[in-house]
Unconditional design. Structure first.
Lengths: 265, 327
């Protein structure tokens, strides 16, 4: 356990070395949040409801996106693909370290840093615009939400890990990363807009994928727009996806590492 | 029981062949041609505890691949490897805690942080007790004389400084078996010497079993009593360095210091000249003719000094690798 704490500490120190990098990343995230925020603000105009969402709910959804990007989608394991290609992976493989724990400790630092700054950014926006933020009315909503977010975090971890591990077989990883990271994640996960504003045939397809469980469902739970039964169903399905991707990640890793050429040198 | 046991180890790689150029690239989309490269082809050897063994061979001979198989990084295609009683490729934590692999061309330190951070992380990773860590660290730091750079960012270190820190990071957990892949590559002569002295001292002090690869004969000559020579994936020699000379050198050198200038014709008549710049003269002679020619030289030339020498080990090995038979 102590080793992973030390690893987290070192990761944090690395962020301090690359301060500017991190600041720019936060700036980018903040700008994309603001874009989305003003976009919806403009669409609502003087309307108070649109596409089944109240204005405060939609703005809460947009802020929720910013928050969940930090909690669920904050990640360092993207680097794993590069390490496989460059042979740098050697330094992890030949140490008594668990590969999942290694990357999760690093992810955690990324998440915590991003969560901290996202909180600040959102607080500033709320203070300036002074609109009513949507808070759940029932206590159990908070608990279910927290639970769903934890599941989503792990689901994303293993999903992202599986993509990175493909680097053992593919010549390059950026195409898959891009397709996965931009098209599926942003779009299918509901990280631009709620999925239920889309035409129903497209919704049906998206619900068959693991992506909506990362952002869309947690936020629906927060907004109390789905029933308790639906929330439980979402949690169970998310858990199923989690198990599947955990299994995939584990197996692909074991196979891949056998295949590993430890390039260079 | 031997610390390292290798029987019939084979490691083949499938390499994707692509013709050069754009057309080749397009072609390779449709038809994938693979070629099998026999990086290591059926080699066997044993290493006993505390031995310091040198592994030499030209580029691409399979040295590094063998080392990677031994450390568990690569999965062997066929054959049996046991290191400290473990199958390396299983990478059991108990195994990994007792070995270390250092690659001269690879950086294992955390690039953006001072070496001390890597050391502390390794302390936790290998679960080294605080007391032991402090003791080992101060000992290694003193031996390698790097006390003043422990808090400098790794990327700002010179290659020599970095290599020393790499070694410390790899040795903190006092591995019983140490694999060193080109530990002196790119270092200047002084730093090379330092590194060698350290490796020798480490082996002596801790009775660690060390297997080292190098291009530099100097490393091997100075450090290792036993060498393994590998070429094109095959083990061509396993034994003492001094035996190589006896086994492979069918020639000796007679070097003469002349007392006064002599006509070149006279010199040429006596035997094959390897080198001549007055007053130094070196003959290259077959082993069985050494005494005959030496006698003739003494008789016909004004000799101030005469020595019969084995050819330098570098020459023998170079000859070995340039297409001679190993039989």
């Amino acid at each position: 356990m102590l080793k992973y704490l030390t690893l987290a500490k070192i990761t944090f120190e690395e962020y301090l070395v690359y301060r500017l990098n991190f600041v720019l990343w936060r700036f980018r995230s903040f700008v994309s949040f603001l874009t989305l925020f003003f976009f919806w603000l403009a669409i609502y105009g003087s309307r108070s409801e649109f596409l089944g969402y109240q204005k405060s709910q939609m703005l809460a959804y947009v802020m929720g996106i910013a928050m969940l990007r930090s909690i669920v989608l904050g990640s360092r394991s993207v680097d794993l693909g590069g390490q496989i290609r460059s042979g740098e992976l050697t330094k992890i493989v030949l140490r008594p370290l668990g590969i999942f724990s290694f990357w999760f400790s690093r992810d955690l630092v990324d998440k915590l840093l991003n969560i901290f700054f996202t909180f600040l950014e959102l607080a500033i926006v709320l203070a300036i615009f002074k609109f009513p933020f949507w808070f759940p009315t029932r206590l159990e909503t908070y608990i279910i939400f927290a639970f769903m977010v934890i599941l989503a975090t792990f689901l994303y971890f293993f999903l992202s890990f599986v993509i990175s591990v493909l680097a053992f077989w593919t010549e390059e990883i950026w195409a898959t990363r891009w397709l996965f990271g931009v098209i599926f994640l942003e779009f299918f996960a509901g990280a631009f807009f709620p999925i239920d504003v889309l035409p129903s045939w497209l919704q049906k397809i998206i619900y068959l994928t693991p992506f909506p469980y990362l952002v869309f469902y947690p936020l629906k739970i927060w907004l109390e727009q789905i029933s308790g039964a639906e929330a439980v169903k979402a949690i169970l399905i998310c858990f199923g996806w989690l198990l599947l991707f955990w299994w995939l990640a584990k197996n692909l890793w074991q196979r891949g590492v056998k295949n590993y050429g430890a390039y260079g040198g | 029981m031997s610390v390292v046991e290798v029987k019939n180890l084979k490691k083949y790689f499938r390499v994707h062949k692509k013709e050069p150029g754009l057309i080749g690239s397009v072609k390779s989309l449709v038809s994938w041609r693979y070629e099998e490269v026999k990086a290591v082809d059926a080699i066997s050897f044993n290493i006993e505890e505390g031995e310091l063994v040198g592994f030499i061979g030209p580029n691409g001979a399979g040295k590094t691949t063998t080392l990677k198989c031994l450390s568990g990084l690569l999965y062997p295609t066929a054959g049996f490897i046991s290191v400290l009683g473990f199958l390396p490729h299983q990478r059991k934590p108990e195994f990994l805690r007792q070995i270390s692999l250092v690659m001269g061309q690879k950086n294992q330190l955390w690039w953006d942080l001072p070496p001390l951070e890597t050391f502390q992380l390794n302390k936790e990773i290998y679960e080294i007790p605080e007391e032991k860590y402090k003791e080992t660290l101060s000992e290694l730091v003193a031996l390698l004389e790097v006390g003043d750079i422990l808090k400098v960012q790794v990327r700002k270190l010179s290659l020599g400084q970095r290599m020393k820190c790499e070694l410390i990071a790899a040795l903190l957990h006092s591995p019983k078996v140490l694999f060193l892949d080109e530990p002196t590559i790119g270092l200047d002569v002084v730093a090379q010497k330092k590194m060698r002295d350290f490796i020798k001292e480490y082996n002596r002090r801790y009775k660690a079993t060390i297997l080292l690869t190098s291009h530099y004969m100097g490393d091997v000559k100075e450090l290792c009593r036993r060498v393994l020579i590998i070429d094109k994936g095959k083990l061509v020699f396993d034994g003492r360095l001094s035996e190589i000379t006896q086994k492979y050198a069918d020639h000796k050198l007679i070097s003469v210091i002349l007392a006064q200038e002599v006509e070149e014709k006279v010199i040429k008549n006596l035997g094959e000249i390897k080198e001549f710049s007055f007053p130094k003269l070196v003959y290259f002679v077959k082993r069985e003719e050494v005494s005959k020619i030496a006698a003739k030289v003494l008789e016909n030339l004004p000799v101030a000094d005469l020595n019969i020498e084995e050819p330098p080990i570098e020459d023998i090995i170079r000859e070995l690798f340039t297409g001679k038979n190993y039989a």
